[in-house]
Design a protein around this ligand. Structure first.
Ligand SMILES: *Cc1c(COP(=O)(O)O)cnc(C)c1O
Length: 336
């Protein structure tokens, strides 16, 4: 596997730390819990999209693009990291935000990531929930081309075979870090949405011999659909790297029992998990992804899903900027 052959720009603070969560481990009575701090990738409060954008933005630059277009939900962390990356490269950025929740809340619509998108100078426009966002981006790209611009369209979440290379690279980083620490990872757990993170990790670990099982905790789609999305993208990523058909359907495992009322809709378990991490480890999760991912991890631990003497790593994919869009969720469930 030769990832160095793909063009890449350097945005992220790498390697991100891989740290023990001693107080959380004690509270739950094992397994030994670790956290891979991709909330610390550095760009505009960090997050997992920055690793994908290192490859996507390099492709945009190599194609001579002067304008970036992407899309996401209102509180998209991907949109915010793309706006920051475009600013760093001096490119224009257009963000289309899909109203998936229908919330009229002022914080949800204007604070958190939306505030930061605008601060980074992106042009932000909204679309109603359920529209074909890819088609909306392509229509905007056509309009911009008529004005003489050279747009580059990044899919939602930066999840295609180019973006997923960021998580192939993360798999290399994790294997290297774990082996230098003498850490035998039983499972790596993280929140899975647009599938690029899990697809890249699965492809990367597989290319390295498949020693780290990955468990995605879903935040939107049902299990079968989520696993199929990840499997499809993992296969395309492996093919993009010239590795052929190395991915098996059984390499892709997601648990989608923690979505609750839908994408971006708070759950009691999410609020408990975000609060637990804030109070045991001083770490900020987010309401849409990592909070639901941690809810899944904690619940599965309590149900005895993991061997108590094993080492389990939670990949923190970032997103804490979205906390400021959800202040009411915490008071609703009895926290300040
Ligand atoms: C996008 C995102 C995820 C999910 O990653 P995908 O590659 O879209 O599956 C998880 N956590 C956070 C904070 C995110 O912004």
């Amino acid at each position: 596997m030769n990832i160095a052959k793909f063009p890449r720009v350097s945005f992220a603070h790498l390697p991100t730390p891989l740290e023990p969560m001693k107080r959380l481990t004690a509270v739950l009575g094992g397994p030994r819990l670790w956290i891979k701090r991709d909330d610390c990738t550095g760009l505009s409060t960090g997050g997992n999209k920055t690793r994908k954008l290192e490859f996507l933005m390099a492709e945009a630059v190599s194609l001579g693009a002067d304008t970036i277009i992407t899309q996401g939900a209102t509180q998209s962390n991907h949109a915010r990291q793309t706006a920051a990356a475009a600013a760093k490269l001096g490119l224009a950025c257009h963000i289309l935000l899909e109203d998936r929740t229908g919330s009229q809340d002022e914080s949800y619509n204007l604070n958190g990531n939306v505030l930061l998108d605008r601060l980074h100078g992106a042009t932000v426009s909204k679309r109603s929930g359920g529209v074909d966002m890819q088609a909306q981006m392509e229509a905007l790209a056509d309009d911009l081309k008529l004005d003489g611009k050279k747009p580059y369209v990044i899919p939602g979440g930066g999840s295609n075979a180019v973006g997923a290379l960021g998580y192939v690279n993360a798999a290399l980083e994790i294997v290297y870090q774990a082996s230098s620490m003498g850490l035998n990872i039983a499972t790596l757990v993280h929140a899975t949405g647009s599938a690029g993170t899990q697809a890249g990790l699965v492809a990367g670990f597989k290319a390295l011999g498949g020693q780290v099982p990955v468990l995605g905790i879903g935040v939107r789609a049902p299990k079968e659909k989520q696993e199929n999305n990840v499997f499809d993208l993992a296969q395309r990523t492996a093919q993009h790297m010239g590795l052929g058909n190395i991915i098996k359907r059984a390499d892709v495992v997601a648990n989608c029992d923690y979505v609750g009322g839908g994408y971006g809709v708070p759950t009691a378990g999410m609020v408990d998990a975000v609060t637990l991490l804030a109070r045991t480890e001083g770490i900020l999760l987010d309401p849409v992804y990592s909070g639901k991912g941690m809810d899944g991890l904690v619940d599965l631990i309590r149900k005895g899903h993991f061997d108590k003497s094993s080492d389990v790593v939670f990949l923190h994919t970032g997103g804490s900027a979205a906390l400021f869009a959800y202040p009411d969720a915490f008071s609703l469930y009895g926290y300040q």
